[in-house]
Design a protein around this ligand. Sequence first.
Ligand code: SF4
Length: 481
Amino acid sequence: MPGAVARRSPGDPLSHAYLSSDACRLRPSACPGLLRIVPALDGGICRVKLARGELSAAQALAIADAIDEHACGIADITNRANLQLRGVKRGHEEPLIAALLHAGLGPSGPQDATHAFADDVRNVMVSPTAGRDANALIDTSTLADDILARLQGDARFAALSPKFALLLDGGERLAMLDHPHDIWLSAMRDPKCDDVLFAFGLAGCPPVAEKHAGAVAAVAASDAAALTHALVHTFLDLAAPEHSRMRDLLAVHSVEDVLTHVESKSGIALLRDASIERWRRAPGDPSLRLGAHTQRDTRRSHVGGQPVLGRMNSETLRGLARLVAHNDGATLRMTPWQSVMLSDIDTTKVASTLQALEALGLACNAQNPLTRVIACAGSAGCAKSLADTKADAMKLAACLPADAQVHLSGCPRSCAAAHRAPYTLLAVAPGRYDLYHTRDPRDPTGFGRCLARGLTIDEAAGMLSRAALPPITPFDEPSDA
Ligand code: SF4
């Protein structure tokens, strides 16, 4: 592995951050990575990016051992289907990184000067049911691997922000469609024939409702990997040093500029007509992440459950590894809902697998309020937090009305959710929150309309229970705008 240095300078927000020398030289950043462990109140944070959200049984065991030995035994699932290891002990950074790399959890390729940035660019999200859903238009697995390999293999992409992210959507029913991505591609049926195309857009999400911005163009499925490569190069060609995300670029360049540049650079024929602009994707169904559902191969099912507040300890990881090992051909995935999915379970073993997940403490039924509450690290782990969001979320879950979905955030940064939850409790003091309501999970302007300020958890639960706050569906037209 690359040599390593500990950066310590008083007052620096990265004080005590541990960076491999390559990570330090190529891109100073406050964003955690496998090779960049950043400090928090409860110790270092190491983010492990999982290709397609997948984790083998051996890797789950390796992480369980590593967090017991080098951290506080906790792994959080992130809203990008990655893992975040918390509480890394001072002085244990180098052996932790070595253990994770040994388990094959780092970027592919040689561990040379390109290694550090190759970890940062591994931000390609696919559905956890990619390749398993009979309703999908295409299996994105191979394409996702191709795109990931291109991202990791191009040294120029070291200039990208570690947050620069892509969505590759095959049209699965279980799909996270509300997280804005710098580049999104979504499978669509060619209206002129039956071929599969990829519609794509910049700095946003695939359109579902009429009001959403449509795709900017589409390409043949065979051009999708080359398109993403050309789009990333185009971003770097046109972006000024202060532009780290696609939305920054679009503030100074038109979409037309970007597409013209892509076409001239790549020679890819972009399909642009009214039918592509009008195209809307079918809404996703997040409830499919929980419980058991038959796959495209009807002899197999995927079975999912939600660890409490997306947090697993080493014993949970070992239990999941055992389940993978005992189910021949099964695959373990993390999901962007901070849940866990076991795919390719023989249908005869579905009931026992569900029982096993529940025995590990995972909530497998959408009626369980713990599947409808998310919370950031809170004051137990983050110095920015004004409240102990995790503890308060548990308190709220005990009295949460049916159907209410709530996000508790210790500050406006909203680490636990990249989209807007229907209800957000934003901490203002220990045990006190402002309550927000939004009908649009893509609302970029904040958490929605403020309904009340400075509520205790009991008061918030009372407000959520009132008839004046009915359950909402994500794409209702706002009545309170
Ligand atoms: S949302 Fe704010 S308080 Fe919560 S973990 Fe992120 S930075 Fe910390």
